[in-house]
Design a binder for this molecule. Structure first.
Ligand code: KG4
Ligand code: ZN
Length: 364
């Protein structure tokens, strides 16, 4: 008979522009979120059209303790009633990651509980398990402002990166078009709104890498093509609508064609599942296309509720609790250093480092 397990973990997330804390209980594999609190910094970054690392770090430093305090209070638990404290320890904007990680370490030390450094990408990879029964294995398409990758989630700690963007993330591509058109930040929702009623076939935009094997993607050329159209024409409101619709359709097309190929090569023991997470998963045109290709492959599309698709602390607490339940706790976690880059699948990242240096996706 399997032993009953119950672990209650505080999770902290500060790797980009959300300060978040959550308390979660994992009981015999079922997660219950006891509390979750999130504060977005979107207004602080909006004037710059993107996340400014220094502003993010300072904003996290200002409120992480209050957010954690609120999450604990809302859970009705005291620190000493927790089994562990987990915090995103990379990859991400390093200033913010350090704030959350140091807060987590200090609380764990004070309460004499284990500290669990969590890979933010593992949090996203496990996020569908927050709400529903989502047994391993499944395919994850993570599409946000910082990530755009296909990951085969085989089991806890067993992640295979199947493909990734070689330049911009899909969310970044939306943000860049919004900036070019002066639609505001974050760009994705603004582009989606502007695209309503637009003609997705009006502008012929590129689908880079789609003629190549494998599952890598590229979105930088799309932005360049749109920039050229904007520079060379005086766009009317109808033109803008059509451009946004065409751009959105190009991204949906690239993601869904890659998803179809990923699903075709994915051998599942039971039902095939495609999970889409990340802020871009909010986009209806993209979801519709992913749903269509999933059905064609006899698979189902799962999209966690939006608050768990985007950055949140419940997924970090879940990753911590799953590690604890599996006995996968690091011995020297207190001396773990924050990692700006921390691939989930280290082996693939080493053998095929599609990401070079520079600013290509801080969270890659
Ligand atoms: O996951 P997320 O909240 O933060 C990270 O980047 O980790 O994702 C934010 C990204 C932004 O680039 C935003 O423009 C994009 O997700 N996004 C969308 C939509 N909502 C948010 N992109 C397309 N359509 C949307 N409705
Ligand atoms: Zn994220």
């Amino acid at each position: 008979m399997k032993a009953m397990t119950c672990h209650t973990v505080l999770g902290i997330e500060t790797s980009c522009d959300e300060t978040a804390a959550a308390v979660l209980r994992l009981e015999n594999g079922r997660a219950t979120i006891l509390s979750e609190t999130v504060r977005s910094q979107v207004e602080a970054h909006a004037p710059y059209g993107g996340v400014v690392p220094e502003i993010a770090a300072r904003a996290h430093a200002d409120i992480t303790d209050q957010i954690v305090e609120k999450a604990l209070k809302d859970s009705g638990l005291r620190l000493d009633e927790l089994d562990a404290v987990a915090a995103t320890s990379g990859p991400g904007l390093i200033g913010g990651v350090m704030v959350g990680m140091m807060t987590g370490k200090a609380l764990a030390f004070a309460a004499q509980k284990p500290f669990i450094p969590v890979n933010h990408l593992e949090g996203h990879a496990l996020s569908p398990r927050l709400a529903e029964d989502c047994p391993f294995p499944y395919l994850l398409l993570l599409v946000s402002g910082g990530h755009c990758q296909f990951i085969e989630v085989r089991g806890l700690g067993e992640y295979k990166r199947l493909g990734t963007t070689i330049d911009d993330a899909a969310g970044e591509a939306f943000d860049k078009l919004a900036k070019l058109l002066g639609l505001g930040f974050p760009g994705g929702p603004a582009v989606e709104k502007t695209a309503e009623g637009g003609d997705p076939a009006r502008y012929k935009l590129p689908r880079p890498l789609m003629d190549r094997d494998g599952l890598d993607m590229s979105f930088a050329g799309l932005k360049t093509a749109a920039a050229r159209i904007i520079e060379q024409n005086e766009l009317s409101e109808t033109d803008k609508r059509d451009l946004c619709a065409s751009y959105q359709a190009a991204i949906a097309d690239c993601l869904s064609r890659r998803a179809a190929r990923a699903l075709a090569g994915f051998e599942a023991t039971g039902a095939k599942r495609l999970v889409v997470a990340g802020g871009v998963a909010a986009n209806t045109a993209i979801r519709t296309e992913l749903d269509r290709v999933a059905r064609e492959q006899g698979a189902s599309l799962l999209a966690p509720p939006l608050r768990h698709c985007t950055d949140n602390a419940a997924m970090i607490a879940l990753a911590g609790a799953e590690h604890l339940a599996a006995g996968l706790v690091m011995d020297n976690a207190m001396s773990f250093s924050a990692r700006p880059r921390w691939p989930l699948d280290e082996a693939s990242a080493l053998s095929d480092p599609v990401y070079g240096g520079g600013k290509r996706g801080a969270k890659a």
